[in-house]
Ligand binder design. Structure first.
Ligand code: ADP
Ligand code: ASP
Ligand code: MG
Length: 420
């Protein structure tokens, strides 16, 4: 008997029929003798629907009064699915109770729409488990020090689940979703993608941060920090499959390098269309330029990702970097109004139609020539590389958005990731 956390994503909770299936699966685990805590997402499409209503009434703003209401609104999606799941479990003859984030409580900071979990008090949940109830902890939401409802950023119920598992020292956190594990790349883009039986925590962290939306990055950070055993698996297998078979399915996130069974140099390919590129042209090449440009951007609380500075010609240089597309217009305005006049740059240009494609693998540490193989493969497809960024276990390139799928497929093949 163990304490197990299950998390079910939006598609898995997408209709009353699916919720009934989730309830039957959870009841099976409880009847096998486990203490069960379940973290559901909102029903699929619900978060987008709610945020869309807000946008109809007022265009997106960046002030905390507006963001506070977005969290009030978006948190209702998860609250509804939590209550529905508890009702479905009770209908299966399984005692169950659901709690909103504030009732647990899951305490967060006050960064509305992207709050961070600070602590979880598990006393109430433990008391219910001891009384033989399945406890539903509402995903994606928490409460800030002033008592406001907060949400954890899109995809945040993964993080709720792992944080609850860490706080309660659960034996395992099982993330049930609409694919049967973590693949070498998004199987919706590359049908030849292969499921990984295991993926190292470091690789998963890179893949999540580079755009693989299968797990929210903060959930992987939590799993790493607290060494939470974690598995990604399908909620679409029949609910009554053998529990041992189910428990061994999907993809296990491992913390030991030598546990890694698939010894490919490159384990996966991630991509992301969420960034935009900005270039400041003709800036004088002298000390402090990077600071003057990026310091102003950082002061406006805008995160910068890939950065390049070209060689200087006649004392002038070009400086380019990427930001999130949501920050694109704001960054362009800031540079044109405040930075360009001071620096004496000739032009600020922007391009939102870019994407970042990355190869990830801990095997890259001990192998040379991996990046050049990537560049060769892209050149054979006639794809121009605009920017490059590397770390020990990844190489990313920024390319024209229209070549994204072509690039991902070519790299998937070049690094022998296609299914046999
Ligand atoms: P949920 O609603 O269950 O949280 P998400 O849509 O957030 O589900 O995440 C699952 C989706 O992630 C899959 O449907 C798949 O399209 C996408 N995905 C992206 N990259 C990968 C990958 N490397 N492996 C598996 N799925 C991936
Ligand atoms: N419902 C939220 C979202 O759509 C959180 C989640 O699904 O994890 O982003
Ligand atoms: Mg998700």
């Amino acid at each position: 008997m163990a304490l197990i956390v299950h998390k079910y994503g939006g598609t898995s909770m997408g209709s009353t029929e699916r919720i009934r299936n989730v309830a039957k699966r959870v009841a099976k685990w409880a009847r096998a003798g486990h203490q069960m805590v379940v973290v559901p997402s909102a029903m699929s499409g619900e978060t987008n629907r709610l945020l869309g209503l807000a946008k109809e009434l007022a265009p997106a703003k960046t002030n905390s009064a507006y963001d506070r209401e977005l969290d009030m609104l978006a948190a209702t999606g998860e609250q509804a699915s939590s209550a529905l799941l508890a009702i479905a479990l009770q209908a299966e003859g399984m005692p169950s109770v659901s709690y909103a984030g504030w009732q647990v409580p899951i305490k967060t900071d006050n960064a509305f729409t992207k709050a961070r979990i600070e602590s979880i008090d598990d006393a109430r949940v433990r008391a219910d488990l001891m009384a033989g109830r399945v406890v539903i902890v509402t995903g994606f939401q928490g409460i800030d020090p002033q008592g406001n409802i907060t949400t954890l950023g899109r995809g945040g119920s993964d993080t709720s689940a792992v944080a609850v598992a860490a706080a309660m020292k659960a034996a395992e956190c099982l993330i049930y979703t609409d694919v049967d594990g973590v693949y070498t790349t998004d199987p919706r883009v590359v049908p030849q993608a292969r499921r990984l039986k295991t993926v190292s925590f470091e690789e998963m962290l890179e893949m999540a941060s580079l755009g693989s939306k299968v797990l929210q990055i903060r959930s992987v950070e939590f799993a790493g920090k607290y060494k939470v055993p974690m598995r990604v698996l399908s909620s679409f297998t029949p609910w009554d499959i053998d529990i041992h078979e189910e428990a061994a399915s999907g993809t296990l996130i491992t913390f030991e390098e030598d546990e890694k069974m698939e010894q490919a140099v490159v384990s996966g390919i991630a991509f992301n269309r969420d960034e935009a590129k900005i270039s400041v042209l003709g800036v004088p090449d002298k000390p402090g330029i990077a600071y003057q440009i990026l310091g102003a951007v950082a002061d406006a609380n805008i995160e910068v990702d890939v950065i390049i500075q070209n060689l200087s010609k006649e004392g002038k240089t070009d400086f380019s970097f990427t930001v999130h597309r949501n920050d694109f217009a704001r960054t362009m305005d800031l540079l044109k109004d405040k930075v360009m006049p001071v620096l004496g740059a000739t032009e600020v240009s922007g391009d939102a139609k870019i994407c970042k494609v990355s190869i990830v693998g801990i095997g890259m540490r001990s192998h040379v020539g991996i990046a050049s193989k990537m560049f060769k493969s892209l050149s054979e497809e006639g794809i121009n590389i605009q920017m490059i960024s590397t770390s020990e276990i990844k190489t990313s390139v920024v390319i024209d958005e229209k070549y994204m799928e072509l690039a991902v497929r070519a790299l998937h093949k070049a690094f022998d990731l296609d299914q046999a």
